[in-house]
Design a binder for this molecule. Sequence first.
Ligand code: NAG
Ligand code: NAG
Ligand code: NAG
Ligand code: NAG
Ligand code: NAG
Length: 361
Amino acid sequence: MSESHGSTTWRRGSVRTSATFERACDVTRRNIKRNAMKIKKQIIVRVLAATVITCAVIYTTTNQHEANVAYEKEVHKYRFIEVNQIEKERITKMFSNNSFGFVRMKNESEVLNLHCDICAIVTSSGQLLGSGAGAEIDKNTCVIRMNTAPTRGYEKDVGTKTTLRMFSFVNLQQQLFEKEQFFEQEGITGTFVIWSTTVKEILSMVEEESLRLLKQYPSLDLYISSFEQMDFADRVFRQETGQDRAASGSWLSTGWYTLLLALTMCEHVKVYGMVESDYCHNVTLINDMPHHYFDASGPKECVFSRLHEYGLREGHRFHTEKYIFKKWARVFNITFHHPSWDLDHEDNETRFLLHRTGRLQ
Ligand SMILES: *[C@@H]1O[C@H](CO)[C@@H](O)[C@H](O)[C@H]1NC(C)=O
Ligand SMILES: *[C@@H]1O[C@H](CO)[C@@H](O)[C@H](O)[C@H]1NC(C)=O
Ligand SMILES: *[C@@H]1O[C@H](CO)[C@@H](O)[C@H](O)[C@H]1NC(C)=O
Ligand SMILES: *[C@@H]1O[C@H](CO)[C@@H](O)[C@H](O)[C@H]1NC(C)=O
Ligand SMILES: *[C@@H]1O[C@H](CO)[C@@H](O)[C@H](O)[C@H]1NC(C)=O
């Protein structure tokens, strides 16, 4: 699938058939499957390569190594408060260029304009299983959920309230294949937001599919991302990592789009069930949690996120994204719950990975 970065204003797209949309999605799914095998091989090769490189580096720099680490820590300590001010300006500037947002399907001259004091972003992570966080989550002014993550049957751990649901266009047909069951179970509550793409052909297909969804569920308060919003999300990734998102062969995650949106609408963002960027470095198959709380027998969290982080094509950079979220959390009012995050803890592992692959400047 090619990426297009041409500029255009948002316009309800003229028409592609849904067969084309299905084909596009099928191709994407097939590619993902095909790449999974490649990615596994790549991981083995990369881990071996990393081991060799790490050993070589440690061997050649044994004497200087400790001094350098101490020096970097000192510099960091010294810069922290100042960096905070500079970071604040930098990040505020970066976010202030976000002018377009999400367009209402019922009336394209309206954009999403929600405001909440305290937002809970409920991730879909298996970390939430047994957390008992449900009551606390429901106390927040707004509760944001992702994709088709259910509340029914998991109320104790994830709560019942839904103010906004962020949905990936990739799953639009696939997951909503069972949409009747989903809406019947979850009800049609809150605002439904679809993040889409900057690929114009696909964008118009997603628009069409969204209109069809609206026809079927007229009471749905449905929004879809503008081209500019998606372009903005890519630009933020580029500014934070020094790498072009598309060229580095990755997709941003639903969590990325959700946090970007939450930062524009909430005074305080509380994230539930998200682990720190280097959490998986300590996790083995035995203590790995389910990737999704509602799919206990499905993929494991760290197996899944490693596969993506190291993947050369069509992966999500889950670790890198979390590394960036921590930077934002030092500047904005973002807090992490179940598990909580130690904002003073430096993740040197993901940083290392980013440097090694040239993904961080
Ligand atoms: C602001 O956004 C526009 C596109 O909407 C882009 O061309 C421009 O480079 C951005 N400016 C900054 C400072 O990021
Ligand atoms: C669409 O939204 C605009 C801006 O809020 C409003 O002025 C207009 O009346 C709306 N159109 C319809 C058909 O509701
Ligand atoms: C974050 O927001 C909460 C309100 O939910 C407030 O009590 C707290 O002081 C804020 N923290 C910072 C650092 O602004
Ligand atoms: C990894 O495990 C060690 C020892 O249990 C612990 O001190 C450290 O904080 C853990 N690191 C992460 C990133 O969880
Ligand atoms: C990261 O820090 C830990 C201790 O805090 C250390 O054991 C590890 O070797 C470091 N990793 C890298 C890549 O520097």
